[in-house]
Write a protein that binds this ligand. Structure first.
Ligand code: UDP
Length: 195
């Protein structure tokens, strides 16, 4: 898809169905090459102005979608382009709905207990396989241990919900060790799935 630059950050002009097609291709490719996905929202633009490693993680992402109307509006005003919305929740639920039992998902983030509940609900509602779960409250000294846990899980899809910046930097920095074809930073999605 076409890629715009918005405040120096990438933004791909891609619809939700096209996003699901693309991620499906990545997740089930025999190479299992790692990809990172960012769902851009206005908060990321503001926060990243003082956080160069967050900017770099977004610039290195394989796909950057518009999480909501704030970004759609900014793209229209600043670049005169109509960018479709592809919100994190819709991407995650769309992939689980499409792929169901063939899909192994790792749930990383939120407070202790919440990822477990989200995984249980998703397994019940979509029939997905749970590759693993881990809460999102650990320090940088534990990053590698957690990344290795994900890397050994055989997941096709990693949901990383640890707050803006932290989740994108984690996915990008550890992508080789995560060994997961699609890692997506998805903010409050684990909380929402937990109900
Ligand atoms: N979160 C986390 N670890 C952290 C901070 C946040 O796992 O160190 C989780 C939090 O529990 C929630 C999600 O990340 O499930 C999004 O949190 P919040 O809305 O506070 O972050 P934002 O996206 O606004 O930065």
């Amino acid at each position: 898809p076409a890629r715009l630059s918005l405040f120096g950050l990438p933004l791909d002009v891609i619809t939700l169905p096209q996003t699901l097609d693309r991620l499906g291709g990545w997740m089930f490719a025999s190479t299992r090459a790692p990809h990172t996905v960012v769902t851009l929202n206005p908060e990321f633009i503001v926060q990243s102005r003082t956080q160069p490693d967050f900017v770099r993680a977004m610039q290195a992402a394989d796909l950057v979608t518009a999480d909501g109307v704030g970004i759609v509006y900014a793209a229209r005003q600043l670049a005169a382009v109509d960018v479709p919305r592809a919100p994190g929740f819709d991407i995650v639920s769309g992939l689980m709905e499409r792929h169901g039992a063939e899909l192994r998902v790792f749930f990383l983030g939120a407070k202790p207990g919440v990822a477990e509940q989200a995984a249980q609900n998703a397994a019940r509602d979509y029939g997905i396989q749970v590759a693993g779960v881990h809460h999102g409250y650990f320090g940088p000294e534990e990053d590698q241990r957690v990344a290795e846990l994900v890397g050994a899980s055989g997941a096709h899809l990693l949901l990383t919900a640890m707050g803006a910046g932290r989740q994108e930097i984690f996915n990008q920095y550890w992508r080789q060790i995560l060994n997961t074809p699609v890692a997506i930073g998805c903010g409050g999605v684990i909380d929402v799935l937990a109900g």
